[in-house]
Design a protein around this ligand. Structure first.
Ligand SMILES: [Zn+2]
Length: 309
């Protein structure tokens, strides 16, 4: 199998990857590895302070509109920056704390610690509520684990006057197979790679006359196809696939168009598209998925040879 990032990607957390010399089951294995097997950090344990405190003569109570379960679920889904090269240990198998009793487990090798302390509006404030955001989480571990700028405005809950929220949150490595909070990707899909062929420039005017544009702003017309009358650039072919819906069955234009442009599959080639939640960049997520698959299949080989002896 050969993998190549499609030109112009990744864009922020989204990517298109061109895969060749492969088949659908292998590409699907990568898709599944991205969703279920690539480890990332997520908040998995939260200690919420309970009680009444006094602050500047104001009495504050540890209540808010959300049940604790909902609050912890929201915290769990906040993307936590993950750095595979830092070699954090999995909580369950951490060599430092594996022999400790359950309540004492967790150390700098296997978890990242956050604190949050927000108070509702002061008694004389004009605001009735304050929103608690993901950005209110402060890293107690290394500052590199600070919630990323793009995620800081994720709302967690609101606090009214006389309310406060104080908690410690522990993020650990996990896999999407156990809980979706540990799945680093969304919208993972793939389709067969095509080239677009211009069979009849005259009939194709049914499409060209619509003045459609590619996603990078070029007009969809005969020039796009060049002398060879073929488009093989992945992004342009995907734009054409979308444009062809305008002249397909049910549009009233299909009888004029008469398959003037056709999509021809490229044998053994696929385009994989997905985006990450931002905890990992999409290239890192792909490489980790390939690593997970390589580990699994080499493990499988050993097991099979062991079984046949
Ligand atoms: Zn540990």
């Amino acid at each position: 199998m050969k993998a190549e990032i499609v030109e112009g990607w990744p864009k922020e957390n989204s990517i298109r990857i061109s895969l060749s010399e492969t088949d659908a089951s292998q590409v699907n294995a990568i898709r599944r590895a991205l969703i279920s097997d690539v480890p990332k950090l997520a908040i998995t344990r939260v200690n919420i302070s309970q009680g009444v405190v006094e602050s500047d003569g104001q009495i504050l109570e540890s209540v808010n509109v959300l049940p604790d379960e909902m609050l912890t679920h929201r915290l769990a889904m906040i993307p936590i920056p993950t750095f595979p090269k830092e070699k954090l240990e999995f909580f369950e198998t951490c060599p430092v704390c594996i022999d400790m009793v359950e309540a004492e487990k967790g150390c700098p090798q296997c978890q990242v610690l956050y604190s949050l302390n927000v108070q509702g509006p002061t008694a004389d404030s004009e605001e009735d509520t304050i929103t608690v955001y993901a950005g209110d989480l402060t890293t107690i571990s290394d500052p590199m684990f600070d919630i990323k700028e793009e995620h800081r405005r994720i709302p967690v809950t609101i606090l009214s006057k006389g309310q406060y929220l104080e908690l410690y949150a522990f993020a650990t490595l996990g896999r999407g197979a156990n809980h979706s909070k540990w799945s680093p990707v969304a919208g993972v899909g793939f389709s067969g790679k095509n080239v677009a062929k211009l069979n009849n420039a005259k009939n194709a005017e049914a499409l060209f006359d619509l003045d459609l544009k590619t996603s990078d702003g070029r007009p969809i017309d005969a020039k796009l196809f060049g002398k060879g009358k073929v488009v093989d650039d992945v992004n342009t072919v995907m734009d054409l696939e979308r444009a062809l819906h305008q002249v397909g069955p049910g549009t009233g234009r299909d009888s004029d168009f008469k398959d003037a442009i056709t999509l021809e599959p490229v044998e053994g080639s696929y385009v994989l598209t997905y985006e990450t939640d931002g905890s990992l960049d999409p290239v890192t997520a792909f490489n980790l998925a390939m690593g997970e698959l390589a580990d699994r299949f080499s493990g499988l080989n050993e097991e099979i040879s062991a079984a046949l002896k």
